[in-house]
Ligand binder design. Structure first.
Ligand SMILES: Cc1cc2nc3c(=O)[nH]c(=O)nc-3n(C[C@H](O)[C@H](O)[C@H](O)COP(=O)(O)O)c2cc1C
Length: 174
């Protein structure tokens, strides 16, 4: 029987923004591009922002949100790349500041020492994006080599809400 090499492993970190409801589209696109996917979600995102059962069925793995107990093995292999989508104002600022108070942010903080590509699609309202702490966070994370998609506020333009650019996250990893 032919042995196939393992697929590269992609961490997808999901934050509590409204567009998270469609994160299945990102997972499908990533799988079509040959990634094996494991999802991390912030505790707030786990609380009704997306269909957690559907995502677990799609990835074939439990979503990681809480810390494992000390004796438990790490449920996911180390990542070959990391995507944060959607990324909230809150998580971006905590990550830049090194405040590892959720498993999702702690995992992001660790990626800076892993040498793997990290791509972020922010979903942040224009009113919040002007906050100086947020601007400083973007500078700091870019300085760490983190790749950012274009700003996305989720606000309507001409009566239409622009599509969240899920696939852009995967393009940024190339
Ligand atoms: C329905 C809803 C939609 C939200 N959408 C966003 C959003 O698009 N961007 C954002 O930064 N925060 C958004 N928030 C606020 C975040 O959920 C809140 O700041 C939360 O603390 C973020 O937690 P997390 O970064 O740990 O996921 C939204 C809140 C609600 C209730």
């Amino acid at each position: 029987m032919t042995q196939h090499p393992p697929k590269p492993f992609l961490y997808v970190v999901v934050c509590a923004a409204g567009v998270a409801a469609d994160v299945g589209r990102l997972i499908t696109a990533a799988q079509e591009r040959g990634w094996d996917v494991g999802v991390f979600a912030t505790p707030v995102a786990m609380n009704g922002f997306f269909d957690t059962a559907a995502v677990e069925a799609q990835t074939g793995r439990p979503i990681r949100s809480a810390w494992r107990t000390p004796g438990e093995p790490r449920p996911f292999p180390p990542p070959d790349a990391v995507v944060v989508a959607p990324a909230t104002f809150n998580t971006i600022n905590k990550w830049a500041a090194g405040l590892a108070d959720t498993l999702a942010v702690a995992t992001l903080c660790e990626t800076c020492g892993m040498g793997v590509p990290v791509a972020v699609l922010p979903c942040v309202a224009d009113t919040l994006a002007t906050h100086p702490a947020y601007q400083d966070s973007l500078v700091r994370l870019r300085g760490m080599g983190v790749r950012f998609g274009e700003p996305y506020s989720g606000e309507e333009q001409g009566g239409v809400r622009p599509e969240f650019p899920w696939e852009r996250a995967l393009d940024l990893l190339d």
